[in-house]
Design a protein around this ligand. Structure first.
Ligand SMILES: Nc1ncnc2c1ncn2[C@@H]1O[C@H](COP(=O)(O)OP(=O)(O)O)[C@@H](O)[C@H]1O
Ligand SMILES: [Mg+2]
Length: 346
């Protein structure tokens, strides 16, 4: 019996390579559109669904979790499965998740009531880090130096709220540096600017404001880079990301470093163990080091920049053996998916 894999296509996402790899392997696959009203009946004849959904696409934020769950209910193998993705782009959910599996995480304080948050601020020590539940590339992460700043943020969190997609001109220096590194042409970029601005406005309107909660973390000082460990099945890929100059934030800085001397086995071991407890097919972990030297998880995510993972010179397995060679994460995901389809058939 042949295997049929349904792939939701989004240009410049994991789906490009999934489709190409299926073709290389001779695996029957079909493009589906998860936004279609009849998507579930289309999936009825498939064995698996692959969908790299994104946090910046309003359609995805609205229906991806439901479609994944519904497809699982229908008996499909899905990537990402619910275990890997119910907490995607939701740092509040991740706090509960990491607590549930007893993972070593950065001290995190979530308040759903304004008064409780204000009461906590009275005795909290500063600086702290304030985050929105949504967001990537450090866009919604800021340092809170004083009690007054924290009070103002809490009032806003339970009042007007925050836009989840920051203005296109925010973090402009980093964007400009990355753009130059890629050999970008300034005129082309400027021409695209109105479109990008329009897109941010539309997405913010559709997704709605972030409010009704306040999220703080202990500030871990002195981390000049964070450690990104990406687990896919029995493989762990790792690299580090330098913080922006004059800033404490690494994510989105573009300063990737593949020096293996920077990767401590502890981070890899913790990532494997936590991914296993979560039941995640794929999980990227952001690690920071606490003042006492412990590796602590800041956030987790089922999806990531594929090229950054591919550029790792090899990966570890869960017995900590090193396997040299580059690998596209999409290939690893597909390999595991085909394997689970095979073992399901017996
Ligand atoms: N509690 C913290 N203490 C110190 N630095 C932090 C802390 N949390 C995050 N950072 C830094 O900020 C960056 C962005 O934070 P993160 O929570 O990973 O948000 P994002 O979802 O935008 O990647 C991290 O890569 C890390 O360098
Ligand atoms: Mg991060």
């Amino acid at each position: 019996m042949s295997t049929r894999i349904a792939i939701h296509h989004r240009p410049d996402s994991f789906s490009d390579r999934w489709a190409a790899r299926c073709a290389e392997l001779g695996v029957e696959h079909e493009r589906v559109n998860c936004y279609d009203c009849d998507i579930m009946s289309r999936l009825a004849s498939a064995d698996a669904l692959l969908w790299h959904f994104a946090h910046t696409i309003p359609e995805d934020t609205l229906v991806a979790a439901s479609i994944v769950k519904a497809a699982e209910t229908m008996g499909l193998v899905v990537f990402p499965n619910t275990a890997s993705s119910w907490h995607f782009d939701d740092k509040v959910a991740q706090k509960y998740l990491l607590d549930a599996v007893g993972a070593p995480r950065i001290g995190t304080y979530v308040f759903l009531q304004r008064d409780k948050a204000l009461e906590w601020i009275e005795s909290a020590e500063f600086p702290k880090v304030f985050k929105l539940a949504r967001g990537a590339g450090s866009a919604n992460v800021r340092l809170v130096r004083t009690r007054d700043e924290a009070i103002a943020l809490v009032k806003r969190a339970f009042g007007a709220g925050f836009k989840p997609i920051p203005g296109y001109l925010s973090d402009a220096t980093t964007r400009y540096r990355q753009f130059r590194k890629r050999g970008g042409r300034i005129l082309t970029k400027l021409r695209r600017l109105p479109g990008e601005l329009r897109k941010a406005i539309v997405v913010n309107r559709l997704i709605g404001r972030e409010r009704g909660y306040a999220y703080f973390q202990d500030f871990l000082p002195g981390n000049v880079f964070d450690t990104r460990v990406t687990v896919i099945g029995d493989r762990a890929f790792a690299f580090t990301r330098n913080v922006r100059s004059g800033d404490f934030r690494a994510s989105g800085s573009g300063g990737l470093c593949y020096d293996l001397a920077r990767i401590k086995p502890d981070a890899v071991r913790i990532a494997f163990e936590v991914a296993r407890k979560i039941g995640a097919q794929s999980m990227a972990f952001d690690f920071l080091v606490a003042p006492d030297g412990r590796y602590l998880i800041g956030e987790v995510c089922y999806a990531y920049n594929a090229k950054a993972v591919y550029d790792c010179e090899g990966h570890w397995d869960s017995a900590m053996n090193w396997h040299p060679g580059h690998m596209w994460p999409e290939d690893a995901i597909l390999e595991d998916l085909l394997e689970s389809l095979k073992s399901r058939r017996g």
